[in-house]
Design a protein around this ligand. Structure first.
Ligand code: 5AD
Ligand code: FES
Length: 352
């Protein structure tokens, strides 16, 4: 097996590696290799995006969820969660505030809430797109039928986020109850692609039972799917879940993987996630410096923020939308980057 720097050089040139090589690169993590990789990844991001950072306004509109994922704080079985659902008016008012703050992408994220019918979703999507025709709308509401995805797309939704969580079927079964399967998750992602969404996927780093081989499979799955957006963050425990006692993921490994992903798909939109900002006070800055190019400040009403707790100690739960927006603007400026208002659509290679 070639040394790690040679592997990184090969990755940069060929934009992929074999499964064994990826696993070797991941298990061979050390500070020196990480630094070498980070330099290449941040140069690549600069080449494609200059020092510009795209921003998306995140609206967490419902914390009801029919699923029971073992890692997630808003899982169905967690009876201690205060459940809420924002009305269409409340969501539109988040968009209004976001628009004034310069957001041109809204992300509607929620649990898999059965009370939000397709009809209601379509109505909500149409109202947002009619009111803000210059904005992109991203959905992040889980597994749906192909017909539902099509209906939302026709109503105007542009993008869809659905993390695959882990590309190894056995590992997937250890993180989820039997009602969920990797096969269905992958089919959803293929449906979303076929319908013409800009698609985002991703995984948690350091989730319970995860190995370097699993991560190598995640990378190969992402290479094959070729998503427009890739979101990863460290696994963080939530005290009211079956995984409460499990170890959190590593920030360093998360940053290392962000750099690998940047070299794999140089034009991808990769956020410095809230989980990264939670595990370390400068986690999001480090994410950007490792090759990420998107931040997603929270636009949800402050009154509900603490209720959307996927993991313990989630940041920004007490701050107004404007505070988060300006906080991130300053943070990015401090490290030499600039948040821009543009929609930030994916641009295919040939046209860049
Ligand atoms: N720690 C880190 N990330 C989590 N997610 C859910 N629960 C946790 C947790 N405990 C991530 C999942 C999901 C996204 C919305 O949040 O990857 O897809
Ligand atoms: Fe929310 Fe800094 S981003 S307070």
């Amino acid at each position: 097996m070639p040394d790690k720097k040679t592997l990184i050089d090969t990755l940069e040139m060929q934009r992929t590696l074999s499964k064994d090589e990826f696993a070797e690169l991941i298990s061979g993590y050390n500070e020196e290799n990480a630094e070498y990789l980070k330099e290449k990844a941040s140069e690549t991001a600069k080449r494609y995006f200059d020092n510009k950072i795209y921003t998306r306004g995140l609206i967490e509109f419902t914390n009801y969820c029919k699923n029971d994922c073992y890692y997630c704080g808003i899982r169905r079985s967690n009876t201690r969660v205060n459940r809420y659902r924002l009305s269409r008016e409340e969501i539109l008012s988040c968009c209004r505030e976001g628009y004034e703050l310069g957001f041109r992408t809204f992300v509607l994220q929620g649990g898999e809430d059965v009370r939000y019918s397709d009809e209601e979703m379509v109505c909500l999507i149409s109202s947002i797109k009619e009111t803000y025709p210059d904005c992109a709308l991203t959905l992040s509401i889980g597994e749906k039928s192909c017909e539902s995805y099509l209906a939302y797309r026709k109503a105007g939704a542009d993008r869809y986020l659905l993390r695959h969580e882990t590309a190894n079927a056995e590992h997937y079964r250890k993180l989820h109850p039997d009602s969920l399967s990797l096969q269905v998750r992958k089919q959803c992602l293929r449906d979303l692609k076929a319908i013409g969404y800009q698609v985002g996927t991703g995984f948690m780093v350091g989730s319970p039972y995860q190995t370097a081989e699993h991560l190598a499979e995640d990378l190969l799955f992402i290479k094959e799917l070729s998503p427009e957006m890739i979101g990863i963050g460290p696994y963080l425990p939530h005290h009211d879940t079956p995984f409460a006692g499990e170890k959190k993921g590593s920030m360093e490994l998360t940053l290392y993987l962000i750099s690998i992903l940047r070299l794999m798909i140089p034009n991808a939109l990769i956020p410095a996630t809230t989980a990264l900002g939670t595990i370390h006070p400068l986690g999001r800055e480090k994410g950007i410096l490792s090759g990420a190019n998107v931040v997603m400040p929270n636009l949800s009403p402050v009154a509900v923020r603490k209720k959307y707790e996927l993991y313990d100690n989630k940041i920004c739960t007490g701050d107004e939308a404007a505070e988060c927006r300006f906080c991130l603007q300053n943070r990015m400026k401090k490290i030499g980057y600039e948040i821009i208002s543009a929609r930030g659509d994916f641009v295919p290679m040939q046209t860049m």
